[in-house]
Design a protein around this ligand. Structure first.
Ligand SMILES: [Zn+2]
Length: 103
């Protein structure tokens, strides 16, 4: 699916239509010094064994209770940044698509 790089959209901070830059939101990796790091979980006695709630391990937590691999497409996750005030907002509903191309 082709998506334009910028679009005119309502900005709730400027309270009018302004030009917005579109970017794709990507998930961040689990940091080694952050709150949900594996090192921190191990230190607190939660990293392994009975009772880690499926949060820490080699496989992501979502794969242990959700059926994965059934769908071939993913929902879009777009971020709109206002060119005037530089504040950004995230889309409310994603559209299911195989590939997102910004042009
Ligand atoms: Zn704005």
């Amino acid at each position: 699916m082709k998506i334009p790089k910028s679009v005119s959209r309502y900005c709730k901070h400027c309270k009018k239509h302004t030009e917005h830059k579109i970017s794709i939101v990507k998930g961040k990796e689990r940091g080694s010094l952050k709150k949900f790091s594996i090192a921190r979980a191990r230190k607190r006695g939660r990293g392994q064994g009975y009772g880690n709630k499926g949060k820490w391990g080699s496989k992501p937590a979502i794969s242990q209770f959700k059926m994965t691999g059934a769908k071939t497409s993913k929902k879009t996750n777009l971020k709109f940044t206002c060119e005037v005030c530089k504040k950004s907002s995230i889309q409310s509903h994603g559209i299911r698509t195989k590939k997102v191309v910004l042009e």
